[in-house]
Design a protein around this ligand. Structure first.
Ligand code: FES
Length: 733
């Protein structure tokens, strides 16, 4: 039954506290109808919002599907920004996605990182000597604008002319002088886009507008100017201001939570994971809408063809059924299921670019303005229309710094996904190799702190994590220790076989889920190859002048790696316990010997971790115990183990090609190699971007997007993780 409520996401109450506003409706009437703004349905729960966003059959992105103009409950229209790709349904929307996706893949965006870093350094150089700035005016607005416009091919003189108006388009309240400025800016943008299209058609260059201007429809006819204006206008307006909003919100949050700012500065590898949590918590694009195509029921609320329905990402991202204590920002939360970029076939195509720009701005601020403070009195909130969140002005003060200049040296990266080469290989113990990895061109690697790990992608496709065990001061090399596991799933054997100077691997990281906390003293417990993170921690504790003891056990003395280095760092505070000589450690005695604030760090095989957990619980030390389960693969690794996979054939019906998918390749990789423009984002089966219709065959689902019902029906699948259990699949591609 439909309940009509007084819901209005444009109301002052909603604008002041959208999260609390949606939470109240979620509790009282999670799906309902309102007469506001011509009448529409609203939703508040993650499950309902994700379902509607993914269901292109029953919900249309167009506001005109029922004939005539629908209610404009979310996005304003304007000259030059007709939102075509955003308001089209598959398969037509797919034509535009096919056009822009190849420009926005993770690989293509990785190539833009040096350009983004250059702009970020330049933008910060312009104010770093002054000791004060407005982060919106001076950083979070001009940087995304310059990057996006430069990437598209706009000349430098356009960047400042368009940066402000892009912000005004969404921030301006109708009828104000600012709205007129925004409208003038849109008109100027429209004119410049048209001029650039014509220029690039006459004389193509190496930029995105040249690629778009040369694009054709499937029937071979070139894209019309109006279509291109819409696509390019959307890339500018959609990409820039959401990144501005997110970065501003995060910088305000970190000024208010200096403990989290300090954590990110000390463990910069946390930033990648925390980015998802920031996207979840601050949801820069707050909502979208759909038009109902056929009578359906959502959450007990009947919806009829032609009616509009609001799907607020911000409400989904704060649904306690999915994210515990959602109003808290937790840097180490796994927030990867957030809907800040949407879900399904309309998920934001520019997510990788947005993340790259955000990362660069955060890198600049955390490394060059680490002590910035927001002047709370001067904050000006974004005058939202229920769709955008963020800030209009963020005044800050900070100790003045130095300009880096055009060639002023790179700001050290926070994390990488790059190809690194092995520079040294040494045998450290029976079956243990110590490898040093470095950038082939000598570029400094991101900083890391003890407890960090990196992820290597092996040629077979296997992903394996290894703790860093070298010296954090060595900015040109990372060292890892690799135990050859005779009964493992093949990753360590593969790496041992390939480990030779010059061998290259794609490496991601570093990440740190095992940071060394401040404590008066430490008890370090290492078992077997679990010594690798402990080695870096012992060195750090010694450098801090902290009290500590180290107990290192292994099967036999000859199987214990890095003993000499551990002894050099720990001296007589090291106890070696080869099991065949000394048996297992006396955990009770060790824990009794510690103080009430001793931090206990343990890394080793599962039985050892279980024993240490039991002992700590018995001694009241459970809350001081920090453990690293180095043997457990992550979700993706478990989902993709070539030894568990079988080969199959896939036929792409629209393209007419038949491909073989071997056990060691993902389905999406095979398809991507054969046809351009395949949409994907997370590649872990949770974002829904790569969902593909199955025409024949039995898919083997490994995602977390589809419901049990959808899995059983087998009509669609996530091709980034899914495979086939019937030998042959036919996909609608
Ligand atoms: Fe995210 Fe496949 S790319 S589900």
């Amino acid at each position: 039954m439909t309940t009509t409520t007084g819901f209005d996401h444009h109301s002052d109450a909603a604008n002041e506290d959208p999260i609390g506003y949606y939470a109240r409706f979620r509790e009282q009437c999670p799906v309902g109808h309102t007469d506001a703004h011509g009448g529409f349905h609203y939703t508040t729960r993650y499950a309902d919002i994700a379902r509607i966003a993914r269901d292109d059959e029953n919900f249309s992105c167009s506001r005109e599907v029922a004939g005539g103009e629908g209610t404009a409950i979310v996005i304003p229209r304007g000259a030059g920004i007709e939102q075509y790709p955003l308001e089209l349904d598959p398969p037509r929307s797919g034509q535009y996605r096919d056009l822009i996706n190849p420009l926005l893949t993770q690989g293509e965006i990785a190539k833009l990182v040096p350009m983004i870093a250059r702009h970020a350094t330049r933008v910060v150089d312009e104010f770093i000597e002054f000791g004060s700035a407005d982060l919106v005016r001076d950083l979070t607005n001009p940087l995304p604008a310059a990057v996006t416009l430069d990437w598209l091919g706009f000349p430098a003189e356009d960047w400042p002319k368009l940066a402000g108006p892009i912000h005004d388009i969404f921030a301006a309240v109708a009828g104000t002088p600012r709205a007129s400025r925004g409208a003038e800016g849109l008109a100027y943008m429209d004119q410049r886009i048209r001029e650039l299209i014509r220029e690039r058609r006459a004389e193509p260059r190496e930029d995105a507008v040249s690629v778009l201007a040369a694009a054709c429809h499937p029937d071979g006819t070139p894209l019309g100017e109006e279509e291109l204006v819409s696509v390019i206008g959307l890339l500018i307006a959609g990409g820039v201001d959401t990144t501005t909003s997110l970065t501003g919100s995060v910088l305000v949050h970190l000024s208010r939570h200096p403990d989290q700012k300090r954590r990110l500065i000390e463990s910069p590898d946390l930033l990648d994971g925390a980015t998802d949590e920031f996207l979840r918590a601050f949801s820069p694009s707050q909502s979208m809408a759909r038009t109902v195509r056929a009578d359906v029921e959502i959450g007990g609320c009947p919806m009829h063809a032609g009616e509009r329905v609001l799907i607020p990402w911000v409400a989904a991202n704060h649904d306690p059924a999915v994210f515990a204590e959602p109003t808290e920002v937790r840097l180490d939360r796994d927030a990867s299921r957030h809907l800040a970029f949407g879900i399904g076939s309309h998920r934001c195509a520019g997510a990788h670019l947005a993340r790259a720009m955000f990362r660069e701005m955060m890198t600049q601020v955390l490394t060059r303005l680490p002590d910035y403070e927001v002047l709370e009195d001067g904050l000006v909130a974004y005058p939202t229309r229920g769709n955008q969140s963020g800030w209009d002005a963020i005044p800050i003060v900070f100790p003045p710094g130095q300009r880096l200049g055009a060639d002023g040296g790179a700001v050290r990266r926070l994390a990488v996904t790059e190809t690194l080469a092995v520079t040294d290989v040494a045998t450290s113990a029976d079956g243990v190799l110590a490898l040093r990895l470095a950038h082939p061109d000598g570029t400094p690697l991101p900083a890391w702190a003890p407890g960090s790990h990196v992820e290597l992608r092996l040629p077979s496709g296997r992903l394996r994590q290894y703790s860093l065990c070298g010296d954090p001061a060595d900015e040109h090399g990372w060292r890892i220790g690799v135990l050859r596991e005779e009964n493992g799933r093949g990753g360590s054997a593969e790496l041992h076989a390939l480990a030779a100077p010059g061998a290259t691997f794609t490496v991601r990281g570093p990440r740190n889920h095992f940071p060394l906390v401040d404590a008066p003293d430490y008890l370090f417990l290492a078992g077997g190859i679990g010594v690798t993170p402990i080695l870096a921690m012992v060195r750090e504790a010694a450098a801090r002048g902290a009290d500590f003891r180290v107990v290192y056990g292994g099967r036999t003395r000859s199987s214990m790696a890095f003993v000499d280095e551990l002894r050099a760092a720990a001296g007589d505070r090291l106890t070696l316990l080869p099991q065949d000589e000394a048996g297992l450690p006396d955990l009770d005695a060790l824990l009794k010997g510690g103080g009430p604030d001793t931090a206990v760090y343990c890394c080793g095989p599962a039985p050892m971790l279980a024993a240490v957990e039991r002992a700590c619980a018995a001694h009241g030390a459970a809350d001081r115990l920090h453990i690293e389960r180095f043997t457990a693969g992550d979700e993706l690794e478990v989902a993709f183990d070539p030894a568990q996979n079988t080969a199959f054939e896939v036929h792409l019906a629209r393209s007419g090609v038949t491909l073989q998918v071997p056990p060691d390749k993902r389905l999406i990789e095979v398809i991507r190699d054969a046809i351009p423009g395949v949409s994907y984002d997370c590649e872990k089966g949770y974002c829904g971007t790569c969902e593909t219709r199955v025409l024949a065959g039995t898919p083997e689902h490994r995602d977390s997007v589809l419901t049990e019902e959808e899995r059983a029906a087998g009509r669609s699948m996530m091709i980034c993780v899914g495979r086939c259990s019937s030998g042959r699949l036919v996909l609608d591609r």
